[in-house]
Design a protein around this ligand. Sequence first.
Ligand code: ZN
Length: 202
Amino acid sequence: MMRRNQRHRAFDPDPAAPDRTCDMPGCPERAGYRAPRSRDTLNDYFWFCLEHVRGYNARWDFYKGMTPGQIEAHLRADVSWNRPSWRLGSLGSHHALDEEQVLDPLGLLRGTGDARIKRKRPGAADSRPEALRQPLDTLGLGWPVSLAEVKSRYKDLARRHHPDANGGDRAAEERLKTINVAYTALRAHLDAARHNDLAETG
Ligand SMILES: [Zn+2]
């Protein structure tokens, strides 16, 4: 019988992993690592190899607000994944592979700044205008938010996700489109709100 006195290391494959290959389209590696399909289906997993679970986790912020179907479409569009094209979060640090980060790479357990956990707190209703929820999630913004904050976040994301900054990557182009749509929606809402205020007070 195998001795089980060794601590399960975070980057060891999950013992519960199914016997199949990585969910990343075209990847022949054995799937050993799970990742939730979306913030709304945290018990429903993709199964990836180590490289691809790390890539997926690094993109978690970007997948915010997307449905599992939209995420899968992005996986298929974004098949390279070999050259991380934007902020790799904490996994991009020089701490090689920090076990703690891998154990809770998405910060779901810590819950720090995670919009979903905040929203799920009992009694805390989502006060955000319904039409703005996805745009806010896409840009990673809270609510209420000022036009200045929206502009500043947009500038930052647009710079990071710009195809020119990502070797002309088509997936980056798609991300930038999503970011632009979110920004346009938020700016339109905040502009309109500001004009209403001026009309009321003036
Ligand atoms: Zn893989």
